[in-house]
Design a protein around this ligand. Structure first.
Ligand code: LLP
Length: 388
């Protein structure tokens, strides 16, 4: 459903809020399912950090996907929203003891372990609890990605993972510990990646590392987890509402040499939920200065921090006006100069009360909201809720 058709539903509600196009989410989930079903042994663990709204989580769970969590809070939320524990994987460079205990108690599928000291702590805790923890090692593949420096994770200089030189010693250490079982390798090179070549480079690296393990006599690697990272079209969300999942999964099918019986796990976040969410905000004032025209809206960096934090570009639509275009800085009310959604941005003439939709905000929008300036966390509505 075209977002401007919902103008009436938006106008009667208090802004700002997130609107989730659940029809588009359903289409996106079906597209992923279609592709993962074609390839044997492919599984998706949705990266909960992208959007942890329970309404969205439940849809993703019901579509048959597992979850990739990075905190005890995310694990709890997933359990409360129907994800079976054994379909949850747990990553993160700094897992606290209570989070490890929670994960072991719940019986998650496996930990993505990011250092040998972490492995030893997991082993101690598991032993004390009388459990065996299944672990994949997150290996830093030292593969770059064509994306924003703030969201590149797979370079040697980044804090994530175990260096590829230390992979063998991590596996050997795990083999000496009776309360952990090595079940695979984990990678993630970054986010908002649109060049399939980057994923292809990751595949080559994984092939090399698997050869190295085999040469060292370590043959049993049940899972390869390649993380997430597939990007979305922020410039024209209506042209590409569903990302090109075929190109993405086919890249792995073509370039990754899976061993017989091996499972391939994905942790997509942005590509699953990015296009289905919009931040709906209302224009409070239009202020003209000598050099600028500001559209001051009631949404801010506390609801959507991506433009302030990463200089991220989101398409903005004034759905209340189709007058001639003018140029605006679209800004929020928060007391920070960086509380800007877009500078010198063309919008149909905008007046107080007009509804603006900030598009492609489903991923890393609501989950990154804060209460700075004592602002309330944003409300959210699904398409069904708006229409009921
Ligand atoms: N797996 C791991 C280990 C990750 O670190 C991430 C994202 C994902 C999966 C999911 O990646 P995706 O498919 O969503 O690209 N806040 C930033 C993005 C940070 C991504 C962090 N890690 C943004 O707003 O662009």
């Amino acid at each position: 459903m075209n977002i401007s058709e919902l103008k009436g539903c938006f106008e009667t509600r208090q802004t700002p809020f997130y609107y989730y196009d659940t029809q588009l989410l359903a289409e996106t989930l079906a597209a992923i399912k279609g592709e993962t079903d074609v390839h044997e042994g492919y599984h998706l663990h949705y990266a909960v950090k992208a959007c942890a709204n329970p309404k969205i989580l439940r849809m993703i769970q019901q579509a048959g996907f597992g979850a990739d969590c990075v905190s005890g809070g995310e694990i709890r939320l997933c359990l409360q929203n129907g994800f079976p524990a054994d379909e949850i994987v747990f990553a993160g460079v700094g897992k606290a003891d209570w989070e490890i205990e929670l994960a072991l108690e719940a019986g998650i599928q496996y930990f993505n372990v990011e250092s040998i000291p972490e492995l030893e702590v997991i082993a101690d805790i598991a032993k004390r609890m009388g459990k065996v923890a299944e672990v994949c090692f997150r290996i830093n593949p030292d593969v770059g990605a064509h994306t924003h420096a703030g969201i590149t994770t797979g370079l040697a200089e980044n804090k994530f993972g175990i260096s590829k030189e230390d992979m063998l010693s991590a596996v050997r250490t795990s083999q000496k510990l009776s309360s952990v079982r090595f079940v695979g390798l984990h990678f993630h090179i970054g986010s908002q990646i649109l060049e399939m070549d980057d994923f292809e480079a990751l595949c080559s690296r994984i092939n090399e590392l698997q050869d190295k393990l085999e040469a060292a006599g370590i043959a049993e690697v049940r899972n390869i987890n390649v993380g997430g990272g597939l990007g979305i079209d922020y410039d024209d969300p209506d042209k590409h509402p569903v990302p090109d999942f075929k190109a993405y999964f086919d890249t792995y099918a073509r370039h990754l040499k899976l061993r017989p019986g091996q499972h391939l796990h994905f942790e997509l976040g942005r590509a699953v939920v990015g296009q289905c969410g919009s931040l709906i905000t209302r224009c409070l004032y239009v202020k003209k200065t000598k050099t600028k025209q500001f559209a001051i809206v009631d949404g801010s960096m506390t609801e959507l921090i991506r433009p302030a934090l990463y200089d991220a570009h989101h398409l903005i639509q004034n759905i209340s006006s189709d007058d001639a275009l003018q140029t605006y800085d679209v800004v929020g009310p928060v007391c920070e100069s960086s509380d800007v959604f877009a500078k010198d941005y063309p919008l149909p003439e905008t007046r107080r009360g007009h509804i603006l939709a900030i598009r492609s905000a489903g991923a890393y929008g609501e989950t990154m909201a804060s209460q700075y300036n004592c602002r309330a966390l944003p409300a959210s509505y699904t398409l069904e809720e708006l229409l009921s």
